[in-house]
Design a protein around this ligand. Structure first.
Ligand code: GLU
Length: 349
């Protein structure tokens, strides 16, 4: 699950999107792409396998120009890394979409949409969402309503950003299980899967909550929650040094992360421990009571986090005397499991 950037502005958005993608490169990815809608109401698209630099080269030769756009770095989950599977995905030549996450019921939706006459050009779960929104767009003639109707049919995790050439003044975004943040500008607005992507253009952010759907225009943002009620999400100013998305003096991001560990651990612990103990409140207002009742700890994680979990297991059993198990998240998600009463789940992402 990789990166999303989007912008609606008075200025040309290609440069903003490209810089946003560069700042998301610290996350692994296999391909990158961008779709831009111009005043003439055409959806232009570029997609390349490999690095953002390849996409940059492609759009230097054939620039995309316009005031509304979305861009993506992909970490393939459905379909090999290839140009046809790279995002944005389109339905027809007007609707474009980028997606982070996994649509679990994509196979049945794909069959349904094929039967309705939609042609698929990729193996991704994402293309299903593009056609599904287009199908509802034909009915509602309104992008926001079409996205709302489509996501009601999705099972899985997603952050989505959608644009349509017939509505060249706004983008529609939503999230369920994957992060999405709105960057608030002056007379322009942005979206991204990680605020770091937008630091060159704004330091004010609204974090969408699970189930939120937002309509984003140059001068207005309107957000509705899962129940369809209008909601306000607080604007939070970004305060840390804005260098976290840059490699700085280091040769690559992994090296930078290794050297940053002492500072990161210190910053994470700050306000959460005293000299002798952990402050339970740091884990939530009722944590002290809840922790009293825990008689088993279940750690769920992937990759490096899983290995960290295996170390934590030794510590938890040794220091707290509470039995602890560790499992790979993808296994846990898809198997039938038995959960003991009063199990504390520790999910590391
Ligand atoms: N599941 C989608 C795909 O395979 C999105 C992957 C991602 O989050 O980058 O294209």
């Amino acid at each position: 699950m990789c990166g999303i950037v989007g912008a609606v502005s008075e200025r040309d958005v290609q440069g903003i999107l490209l810089e946003g993608l560069r700042r998301l490169e610290y996350r692994g990815y296999d391909s990158a792409g961008m779709a831009v809608i111009d005043g003439g109401r055409v959806t232009q698209r570029a997609r390349e396998v490999g690095k953002v630099a390849s996409l940059a080269e492609a759009i230097e030769t054939n620039p995309l120009s316009g005031h509304l756009g979305i861009a993506h770095t992909r970490w393939a989950t459905h379909g090999e890394p290839s140009q046809v599977n790279a995002h944005p995905h389109m339905s027809g030549d007007r609707l474009a979409i980028v997606h982070n996450g996994i649509i679990e019921n994509y196979q049945e939706l794909r069959e349904e949409l094929k039967a309705a006459g939609f042609e698929f050009t990729s193996q991704t779960d994402t293309e299903v969402v593009a056609h599904l929104i287009e199908q509802y767009y034909r009915k509602h003639s309104n992008l926001y309503d079409a996205v709302k109707a489509a996501i009601a049919r999705l099972r899985g995790a997603y952050a989505l950003a959608v644009v349509h050439a017939d509505e060249p003044d706004h983008l529609v975004v939503c999230r369920e299980g994957s992060p999405l943040v709105i960057g608030v500008g002056i007379g322009e607005n942005f979206i991204a899967s990680d605020q770091l992507a937008l630091l060159p253009v704004t330091d004010r952010f609204m974090f969408l909550e699970e189930g939120d759907i937002a309509d984003i225009r140059r001068d207005a943002v309107s957000i509705h929650d899962r129940e369809g009620m209008p909601v306000e999400r607080k604007i939070i100013r970004f305060e840390h040094g804005s260098d976290s998305a840059e490699k700085g003096e280091y040769r690559h991001f992994m090296l930078k992360e290794i050297y940053e560990q002492p500072a990161v651990i210190k910053a994470t612990m700050e306000g959460r421990i005293t000299d002798t103990r952990v402050l339970e409140q740091a884990l939530g207002t009722d944590a002290a009571n809840l922790l009293q009742d825990v008689n088993h700890v279940q750690i769920i994680a992937c990759g490096t986090s899983y290995h960290a979990g295996m170390v934590a297991r030794y510590w938890i059993e040794e220091l707290a005397g509470v039995p602890c198990s560790v499992e790979v998240a993808s296994e846990f998600r898809y198997r039938k499991h038995v959960i003991q009463r009063d199990t504390l789940f520790l999910c590391i992402s």
